[in-house]
Ligand binder design. Structure first.
Ligand SMILES: *Cc1c(COP(=O)(O)O)cnc(C)c1O
Length: 361
C-alpha cells in the first residue's frame, strides 16, 4: 500500500503508517475545529488539549516522576549541547564520556562554558565499544556526568549506566528515546531530538529534575536558552513547534496502544537479533561494534572493501531498501531500525544481503 519502501534512515526516520494515516485524516480539519493543526494558534484551547494530552501520554509511557518537568524545545538535540552547560554548571565543572560523534560534539561545545573534561573515551578504536565506567575519576566539584546513551553514528549503547559517584547523570537519548523502558529517576536530565525514534525534525524533548532548573544564571544568558524560561511557560514562552508536538503526541498514543515500552523493547531486541545473527554468520559482512555494546537501534556494518560496500548500497537501493549508506566516519553501511521499522523490513533486508553475498561471494 502507498508504494512505501523500507527506509533505514538514521533520522529523520521512518514513522508508523497508522500514525501517518491518522495525520492525513485530520490534516484539513482537525476533529471539527475547521482547521489544520498547522493553522492553529498555539494559545487556543484546542491546541492546549493536544499539548496536554501529549505530555500526559509521555509521562504515562515513561512513568515520569512528578518532580520532573517535560519541556518541548526547538533547536533539536544540538541546541541542548549548549543549553545544558549554560544552565547546569553552578560550579563551572563537568565530566564527559566521549563514545562517538555525538558525545564528542556535546563535549566540544560544553568546554566553552567551564572546566569540562573527558574522563573516559573509546576514541582509540573509532568508538567501537563503551569504556569501563565503574570507577571513573569524577572530580568532587563536578556538577554533572554526561553521556550519549546510544551513539547513532557508531552504533554503540551502554550495557549499564555509569557509576556517577553521586553526581547527576545527563543522557542524550536521541536515537534510543522510547525504545525501551527507562528509569527516569536514575537521571538528572534525559533529552533527545525527536526525529530519530519519535516524530518530525526540529524539536527536542527535555525531561529535567525540577531542582536542577536554576534562575541564578549569568544575566546575559539568552532568554530562550534558559530552562526556567521554558519551564515557567509550559514550553510556550514563544510559539513552539506545534506540528512536532502534535505528531509526537500521536506516536506516544500509538506506543501506549501497542503495549508500551516493554513491548517495544521486546520487538526491538527480536529485530536487532535478526540482523546481528546474520552479520555474525556472514563471510562477507561484519558488524563494527564489539559484542556487548551493540545498539538495538543503529547497526553499522562493513564488507571490508570500500568498493564492495558501494556495490551493496546500490544493490539494496535497487531492491527497495533506502538510506543504508553508513556515516563517513565509520564507512560501510548502517541500518537504523527504530521502533517504526517492522521486523519484516529487517528480515527482507537480510534476505537481500544474503542474496548479494551468494551472487558475489
Ligand atoms: C541526531 C542526533 C543529535 C542531533 O540532533 P539534531 O536534532 O539534528 O540537533 C544529537 N545526538 C544524537 C545522539 C543524535 O542521534
Amino acid at each position: 500500500m502507498y508504494d512505501r519502501i523500507y527506509n533505514f534512515s538514521a533520522g529523520p526516520a521512518t514513522m508508523p503508517v497508522e500514525v501517518l494515516e491518522e495525520i492525513r485524516d485530520e490534516l484539513l480539519n482537525y476533529r471539527g475545529s475547521g482547521m489544520s493543526v498547522m493553522e492553529m494558534s498555539h494559545r487556543s484551547k484546542v491546541f492546549q488539549e493536544i499539548y496536554d494530552q501529549a505530555e500526559a501520554n509521555l509521562r504515562k509511557l515513561m512513568a515520569i516522576p512528578h518532580n520532573y518537568k517535560v519541556l518541548f524545545i526547538q533547536g533539536g538535540a544540538t541546541l541542548q549541547f549548549s543549553m545544558l552547560p549554560m544552565n547546569l554548571m553552578p560550579h563551572g565543572a563537568a565530566e564527559y564520556i566521549v563514545t562517538g560523534g555525538w558525545s564528542k560534539k556535546a563535549f566540544t561545545e560544553a568546554k566553552k562554558f567551564g572546566d569540562v573534561r573527558c574522563i573516559a573515551t573509546s576514541e582509540d578504536r573509532n568508538y567501537a565499544y563503551i569504556p569501563d565506567c565503574t570507577d571513573l575519576p569524577i572530580r568532587p566539584e563536578a556538577d554533572y556526568l554526561y553521556i550519549c546513551e546510544n551513539e547513532t553514528i557508531h552504533g554503540t549503547t551502554y550495557p549499564a549506566l555509569p557509576n556517577t559517584k553521586g553526581k547527576i547523570l545527563i543522557s542524550d537519548q536521541s536515537s534510543m528515546f522510547l525504545s525501551k523502558p527507562c528509569n527516569v529517576a536514575d537521571y538528572g536530565v534525559i533529552y533527545g531530538g525527536v526525529q530519530k525514534n519519535v516524530g518530525p525534525a526540529g524539536m527536542a524533548i527535555v525531561i529535567i529534575r525540577e531542582d536542577l532548573i536554576r534562575s541564578d544564571l549569568d544575566p546575559r544568558t539568552p532568554v530562550y536558552l534558559r530552562y526556567d524560561t521554558h519551564a515557567g511557560a509550559g514550553s510556550m514562552y514563544n510559539t513552539p513547534n506545534c506540528w512536532a508536538i502534535y505528531v509526537c503526541g500521536k506516536v506516544f498514543q500509538y506506543l501506549l496502544n501497542n503495549g508500551g515500552l516493554e513491548a517495544m523493547h521486546r520487538r526491538n531486541q527480536e529485530k536487532a537479533q535478526v540482523l546481528y545473527d546474520f552479520l555474525d554468520n556472514s563471510a562477507m559482512f561484519h558488524g563494527t561494534v564489539d559484542k556487548g555494546f551493540r545498539s538495538l537501534m543503529n547497526v553499522p556494518f562493513v564488507t571490508g572493501s570500500k568498493e564492495l560496500d558501494g556495490e551493496v548500497i546500490a544493490y539494496t537501493k535497487a531492491a527497495g531498501f533506502d538510506n543504508l549508506k553508513g556515516h563517513k566516519s565509520v564507512g560501510g553501511l548502517r541500518a537504523s531500525i527504530y521502533n517504526a521499522m517492522p521486523k519484516a523490513g529487517v528480515e527482507a533486508l537480510v534476505q537481500c544481503l544474503k542474496q548479494f553475498e551468494q551472487e558475489r561471494g
